[in-house]
Design a protein around this ligand. Structure first.
Ligand code: URA
Length: 208
């Protein structure tokens, strides 16, 4: 499995701003959008191309177009939605799926409460998004579900990843590449990434 850390200076300075606890919701949300646009640029770098003949005002010529159906971004609710906006700005024709999972407090199993995907998932490049790869349990369960639905070409994009989450991911989905702005130190006893940026959903939506 490959972890791509996007070390572009613009990504890194935006991330620093997001980490600061005094950064207000309005700015955090804007930064999440800008950062995800830059991450989306990297995660789509290897989309397969083919050539098709077009006509310019001057001549006919073979030019690159996407080889397969439009890619599908899959947001893991709810925090994933906070980085979808930037990605859709970059690739407005992308299809978008949503998956909602919660952890059953007794069985600790991931339970699906929402699932809506476009058709032909097996023919699309699927990019699953969630700002924080912490324990990795939710991302692992979401990708398992997508594979059952036929998805074959899957990438995972997050803003921050913890080594624990990456290890969990590697165990279950060694075929899925991870794109992130940073691999942080560890998880704390509450499951938060350290140093991290706090609860991404709460900071994007101002719910705390
Ligand atoms: N989810 C978050 O939003 N933040 C963390 O640090 C870990 C999981």
């Amino acid at each position: 499995m490959t972890v791509h850390v996007v070390d572009h200076p613009l990504v890194q300075v935006k991330l620093t701003q997001m980490r600061k606890k005094e950064t207000p919701t309005v700015e955090f949300r804007r930064l999440a959008k800008e950062l995800s646009m830059l991450l989306a640029y990297e995660v789509t770098r290897n989309l397969p191309l083919t050539e098709r003949e077009i006509e310019t005002p001057v001549a006919r010529a073979m030019m690159p177009v996407l080889k397969y159906l439009e890619p599908c971004f899959v947001s893991i609710l709810r925090a994933g939605n906070g980085i979808l906006d930037g990605m859709m700005d970059l690739l407005p024709t992308a299809r978008v799926g949503h998956i909602g999972l919660y952890r059953d407090p007794e069985t600790l199993e991931a339970v699906e409460y929402y699932y809506k995907m476009p058709t032909d998932m097996n023919e699309r490049e699927v990019i699953v998004v969630d700002p924080m790869l912490a324990t990795g349990h939710t991302a692992v369960a979401a990708i398992e579900r997508l594979k059952k639905d036929g998805a074959k070409h899957i990438k995972f994009l997050c803003i921050l990843a913890a080594p624990e989450g990456i290890a969990e991911f590697e165990k279950h989905h060694p075929d899925v590449q991870i794109y992130t702005a940073s691999v942080d130190q560890c998880l704390n006893e509450h499951g938060y990434i350290v140093p991290g940026l706090g609860d991404a959903g709460d900071r994007i939506y101002g719910t705390k």
